[in-house]
Write a protein that binds this ligand. Structure first.
Ligand SMILES: Nc1ncnc2c1ncn2[C@@H]1O[C@H](COP(=O)(O)OP(=O)(O)OP(=O)(O)O)[C@@H](O)[C@H]1O
Ligand SMILES: Cc1ncc(CO)c(N)n1
Length: 267
C-alpha cells in the first residue's frame, strides 16, 4: 500500500501566520501532505518585523525530533530558521541518518530586514548542513553570504548555484531571483544541468513568507514522490499564485495566500 504523503518542517514560528512553521503547515495542508513540525525558536513577529525571539532548549528540540522520527514515517523534510550553531548541531545529529530528501531554506534575515540567525552560524550552516541536503534554496543575499561573491546578474546567480553544489556539497541549489528587478527568475542546478524557472514579477509589497512557502511546497511535492526539477516547477507555480493572491492585511508586508483554489493543485 502507498504510504500517506507526510512532510516535516523544523523551523521557527510566526504568530501572525505568514512565515515559518505556520506558513509551512498551511502549505503542506493545501498540497495534501500530512504536516508535522518541530519548533526551534518561538518568534514574536508580524508583518512589520520581529519584536522578540526565544530559542527552545536544545534538549527539547532533540526530543521533539525523536518524538516524530520514532513514530511517523515521512518522505521529505525541510529546515527553516536554525538560529545558532548549537541548534544546527542538534538538528544535524538527529537527521543525518534519515534517508529521505532534506530541503534547506537557509533562513538568515526576515523580509523586514531583522536577523534571524547568529553571524557565526552562517559558515556552520554552509559547512555542516549543506552536505546533508538534497536541495538548498538561498535568495540572493543568502547566496552572497555563502559564496562570498556579489550577485548582480542572472549569470552571477548561475555561478553561485554551481559553486554551492560543487564546492559546498549541497545535492542541488535553487538560487532565487526574487530580490532582482524584472521577471522573477530562479535557477536550479542539480550538479549536471541548469534549470531556469521564470514567472512574471507581481507588483506587491505582500511578500512576507514567500521563501518559507516556496520551500514548503517543494517539500510537499517531494513527499508525493515528485523529483527535481518537476517538484520545483510545481512549487514555483504554487508560490507565484500565492504572491498574486496575497493578503493585504497587517501594517507591513502582508502574507502570501496558500489557498490553492486558483493555483497549482496536487492531483
Ligand atoms: N514580486 C514577486 N513576483 C513574483 N515572484 C516573486 C516576487 N518576489 C519573489 N518572488 C518569487 O518568490 C519565490 C521566493 O523568493 P524570495 O527571493 O522572495 O525568497 P525569500 O527572500 O527567501 O523570501 P522571504 O521573504 O520569506 O525571506 C521565488 O520563486 C521568487 O522568484
Ligand atoms: C520563523 C521565520 N522563519 C523564516 C522567516 C523568513 O521569512 C521568518 N520571517 N520567520
Amino acid at each position: 500500500m502507498k504510504p500517506i504523503p507526510a512532510a516535516l518542517t523544523i523551523a521557527g514560528t510566526d504568530p501572525s501566520g505568514g512565515a515559518g512553521i505556520q506558513a509551512d503547515l498551511k502549505t503542506f495542508q493545501e498540497l495534501k501532505a500530512y504536516g508535522m513540525s518541530v519548533i526551534t525558536s518561538v518568534v514574536a513577529q508580524n508583518t512589520t518585523g520581529v519584536q522578540n525571539v526565544q530559542h527552545m532548549p536544545v534538549s527539547m528540540i532533540k526530543q521533539q525530533l525523536e518524538s516524530v522520527i520514532s513514530d511517523i514515517p515521512f518522505q521529505a523534510f525541510k529546515t527553516g530558521m536554525l538560529a545558532n550553531i548549537t541548534i544546527m548541531d542538534a538538528v544535524a545529529e538527529k537527521i543525518s541518518r534519515l534517508d529521505v530528501p532534506y530541503i534547506i531554506d537557509p533562513v538568515m534575515v526576515a523580509t523586514s530586514g531583522d536577523a534571524l540567525i547568529s553571524g557565526d552560524s552562517r559558515d556552520y550552516l554552509r559547512d555542516k548542513l549543506l552536505p546533508l541536503s538534497a536541495l538548498v534554496t538561498p535568495n540572493i543575499p543568502e547566496a552572497e553570504v555563502m559564496t562570498g561573491k556579489t550577485i548582480k546578474s542572472a549569470e552571477d546567480i548561475q555561478q553561485a548555484a554551481k559553486q554551492i553544489v560543487h564546492e559546498f556539497g549541497a545535492g542541488a541549489a535553487l538560487v532565487k531571483g526574487g530580490h532582482m528587478q524584472g521577471e522573477a527568475v530562479d535557477f536550479l542546478y542539480d550538479g549536471k544541468k541548469m534549470h531556469p524557472f521564470s514567472a512574471e514579477r507581481i507588483d506587491t509589497k505582500n511578500t512576507h513568507g514567500t521563501g518559507c512557502t516556496y520551500s514548503a511546497a517543494i517539500t510537499a511535492y517531494m513527499s508525493h514522490g515528485y523529483q527535481l526539477p518537476e517538484a520545483v516547477q510545481k512549487a514555483k507555480n504554487f508560490v507565484t499564485g500565492a504572491i498574486r493572491d496575497s493578503f493585504s492585511i497587517g501594517h507591513g508586508n502582508g502574507p502570501t495566500n496558500q489557498w490553492t483554489h486558483r493555483t497549482e493543485r496536487v492531483n
